[in-house]
Design a protein around this ligand. Sequence first.
Ligand code: CTP
Ligand code: ZN
Length: 154
Amino acid sequence: MGEKELRVSKIRDGTVIDHLTAGQALNVLAILGIDGSGGESVSIGMNIPSDRLARKDIVKVEGRELSQSEVDVLSVISPEATINIVREYEVVDKKRVERPEEVTGVVSCPNRNCITNADEPVASRFEVLSDGLRCGYCGEIVREDEVATNLDVN
Ligand code: CTP
Ligand code: ZN
């Protein structure tokens, strides 16, 4: 890529979340619980022309790798995403996200009466549908576009 085309700088160590569905970058930050207060260096590209997708978003986080639950939730809002682990400027691991059968933690159930919202030590668990999530306890549906507003982070 020529100098004129470089949009987001390379990172030294951390994670590049690439091929995100255009428009999802800020939701990805929400899933990662990143709001700037943690001090990590974060670069974001939105609506970047891409070969594989017409447009993509990209998020680069220095000094941080993602947990499996974070990747699981990310796959719901960005099924084409690629997770690249970077060390000393080199991509040392690259994998496509996979849609898991269920996701635990990270998302909270929007049903106020759900057992997961009571003062009980019950962690959230959702079945992954083609277009959203279904609470494993009360059956409440969280549509794909509602996932970001029902995160159990921060
Ligand atoms: N990247 C980065 N910092 C690095 C190395 C790579 O920000 N030190 C970014 C690249 O800009 C790219 C992504 O990580 O967006 C994946 O890098 P790479 O595998 O080198 O690029 P491609 O081969 O184009 O990846 P893909 O085939 O997944 O599209
Ligand atoms: Zn529920």
